[in-house]
Ligand binder design. Sequence first.
Ligand SMILES: Nc1nc2c(c(=O)[nH]1)N[C@H]1C(S)=C(S)[C@@H](COP(=O)(O)O)O[C@H]1N2
Ligand SMILES: [Mo]
Length: 309
Amino acid sequence: MSNTPASTPRPSEITPEAWYLNRRQWMAGAMGLGLSALLPGWAGAAGTWATRPSRFSTDEEKNRFEQITQYNNYYEFGTDKEDPAQYAGTLKTRPWTVRVEGECEAPRTFDIDTLMKLAPLEDRVYRLRCVEGWSMVIPWVGFELNALLRQVKPTSRARYVEFTTLADPRQMPGVRSRVLDWPYTEGLRIDEAMHPLTILAVGLYGKPLPNQNGAPIRLVVPWKYGFKSAKSIVRIRLTDTQPATAWNKAAPQEYGFYSNVNPEVDHPRWSQATERRIGDLLRRKTLLFNGYGNEVARLYQGMDLRKFY
Ligand SMILES: Nc1nc2c(c(=O)[nH]1)N[C@H]1C(S)=C(S)[C@@H](COP(=O)(O)O)O[C@H]1N2
Ligand SMILES: [Mo]
């Protein structure tokens, strides 16, 4: 029970329409009671959300705020785990826009403050499994990517989604080194992108995202290795062909397009059978799809997960 979120509705059961309606109704109620301080999304002066657990959340113990914000991968700010916390202060997160374009009828540029308001009143407490062999449990605040994609009306040719993140050498010292071919890009198949577990996170622990965690907006795909969860996104493009991804370009035999967490498919240089939860002494077994198999296994029915790693 503790390893998987409570039973998840099928994507078709959670329409963005229903979700907006719920939120509107909730807001109307809150207004009526004079509880405007509890309004979702908009953080107001305090910059916080009043959140409640989501049915998608794991009830495993959460990592502490300090662990989540001081042990990071964000190569634009350096490759050591302490670098992002130390150097990401130079990242300017306002003004900020996210361009959503490509195979869609209504391409649009969204302002970050508009997007922040889409985040509902719930924490998405997700496991994050890094390909390097460590994991954390993080209470994200965010909204389902499908809610944004539906707004631009994808065409029938939209089979994949490409994510492009900021690469500004003036703000990001790591971009001057050649560890990756900047900008950092990632990709999902359209059904993965539309899945209700896939979110754009704008906060954690009820506060706007710290820069080192990918402010002001980052992807979170909890059944895939952490590197799929691109930080500080500036562009989302619907495509008809599989997009190139930064890690696949850097080392194709090590990092495939799918990168689903899989204890049976080893990284060429190490086993993926176990992981260390940050804060724990002993390693634990890694779960197929990071424990989200009940929700996502059907997306890969009939696929050879060794070939499509
Ligand atoms: N733009 C960008 N996004 C990125 C990375 C990065 O280096 N640059 N690192 C990835 C990796 S390897 C992981 S494990 C997660 C870490 O997210 P966290 O530091 O918020 O836990 O971010 C991912 N997103
Ligand atoms: Mo990672």
